[in-house]
Design a protein around this ligand. Sequence first.
Ligand code: MG
Length: 355
Amino acid sequence: MSKTKLKSALTLSFERLPLRTRHPFGISYGTISDSDNILVTLHFQGLTGLGEASPTKYHNESLATACAVLKQWQEDEEILGGDPFAIEAIMNRLDKSLAGNFAAKAAIEMALHDLMGKLVGQPTFKMLGLAGLKAPMTDFTIGIDSLDMVEKKTVEALCAGYKILKVKQGTAYDREIIKRVRKEAPDIPLRVDANGGWTPKQAVSMAHFLFEHNVEFIEQPLPKWAPVEDFSYVRQHSPLPIFADESVCRSSDVARLQGAIDGVVVKLAKHGGLLEALKVIHTARAHNLQLMFGCMIESSLGVTAAAHLSSLVDYLDLDGHLLLAADPFEGAIYKDGYLELPARPGLGVIPAAKA
Ligand SMILES: [Mg+2]
């Protein structure tokens, strides 16, 4: 190649970030105990910006695909350029080079926001003009498991002091799961995520059952590619608000589903970074929709990046790091239901102290 290396270019390195959950984590797509995430580091003028990729197969990504695209961008001497403040322009170049691959793109964008804050000496939420706002409490997720384990996990969550629970559904025994959770936690605020595990008729029937068990709302009752009319049918017949998660990847999906849902779940890994997440948030607000910020199985690095935007939403589901057996990073700290953002510059994430 005859390209000349830019003198003060951003350079990229990445490595595997294997994570293990405390308990096997079951959702309607399957159960995992490990998440093969990737730590992305951008280097610029002696500073480093950190980001985390959390690729999942239900968004058509894997460790292999994410590593392949990161390698491609690592070897492209011009794609990142030499200005970490040019985030929108950099992300446009990445989008032009490859469609999709949003988890890998999200990791790069997290690292850029981290670098930008470190260069200026300010935390990311302040760089985005979000000082002075208060984020809602986060929930803690109970994954699909045997009924006895669901009950045990509920007791553990209550003992750990979690104030709101989210329960995964999409099994042949969904009602029994809710009854077991409610047996241990009769009054705790509860929300439900079916991860696309129901038909429209099942969703309506479950919605009435969940309403009777004092559930707040239902996330992704129908499969990712379910037609808008199916969401509309469920919404019309459900006594509970219906949120779309997997069905909303881009801000254009919000416009597509408007009128057929009550809310949208925002996630950095599926949108491709903070900027598209902001577009999704503002598009949803323009359509009078509610918002929840969620995450994948992620360390405190990915979760903290999301937490910097969390004051813009109504509900928080930022518990990926709380589900881990060991968290390699320290960032936003869980305290009495809330995530406390670090005061350090950028994302404010540092390696966890060795136990
Ligand atoms: Mg979800």
